[in-house]
Ligand binder design. Structure first.
Ligand SMILES: Nc1ncnc2c1ncn2[C@@H]1O[C@H](COP(=O)(O)OP(=O)(O)OP(=O)(O)O)[C@@H](O)[C@H]1O
Ligand SMILES: [Mg+2]
Length: 205
């Protein structure tokens, strides 16, 4: 795997397309166990990020990821903005100065992203948050060195599906206690779109 600056820009653009297309769906999920703003938050943040990336030139992959992080952090808002922002910021630190992102760098960046989200959200796996998708993806990159786009997309979809059976203990959904069981976590659904977009980019290469 070798991702160029252009690939990272394409990744964020693709993720944005998915957020726009699924804005209503994400909001519906958040209406069930939250306040119904997640689709709006994600669509706004990713639109801003995609716009910003196409307007600028970047010397390396770390710089693209950093600009993405800053935009997501300030534009998504809510509880999840700082979490997605932290994820991309940690990846940008790992990719600092790297013209292309190879498997090792991406794997390390993803690990750091998971640690950053956990720390920022004071959340662990199994609490029905976006940590559940990001941690599973970091595990996948740790486990495999050679994988297909399908593997990435499948792993993200499985991780998202698994949040249905969990009881939320973090964020707004935690107020629903047992009643949160049976509903998919909105932040895991949007995270799944981010990795499905990555799979599209890797699959198209
Ligand atoms: N402490 C946390 N740690 C990890 N993820 C969290 C945490 N709190 C919320 N999340 C994730 O954020 C998602 C909700 O994001 P959303 O954009 O809807 O923010 P919000 O909860 O409505 O924030 P606010 O209450 O500030 O409006 C959840 O589905 C969950 O995945
Ligand atoms: Mg919400």
């Amino acid at each position: 795997m070798e991702l160029t600056v252009q690939d990272i820009v394409a990744w964020i653009e693709k993720a944005n397309e998915k957020m726009q297309a699924n804005k209503k769906y994400l909001t519906t999920l958040d209406q069930e166990i939250g306040d119904g703003d997640h689709g709006i938050n994600m669509a706004r943040g990713f639109q801003e990020a995609a716009d910003k990336l196409t307007e600028n030139d970047y010397p390396d992959t770390g710089a693209v990821l950093k600009d993405t992080a800053m935009t997501l952090m300030s534009k998504i808002g809510g509880a999840s903005g700082p979490l997605f922002g932290t994820a991309f910021l940690k990846m940008s630190v790992a990719a600092k100065g790297a013209e292309t992102l190879d498997h090792e760098t991406f794997k390390h960046g993803l690990e750091e992203a998971v640690n950053g989200i956990k720390q920022r959200g004071k959340a662990a796996e199994g609490e029905k948050t976006l940590v559940d998708v990001w941690a599973k993806m970091a595990d996948l990159f740790n486990r495999e060195t050679d994988f297909s786009a399908d593997k990435i997309a499948d792993e993200a979809a499985n991780a998202m599906e698994q949040t249905k059976d969990m009881m939320a203990t973090k964020g707004r959904a935690a107020y629903f206690k047992e009643r949160s069981i049976g509903h998919m976590d909105p932040g895991s659904a949007s995270s799944q779109y981010i990795f499905a977009a990555l799979a599209d980019i890797i699959g198209g290469k």
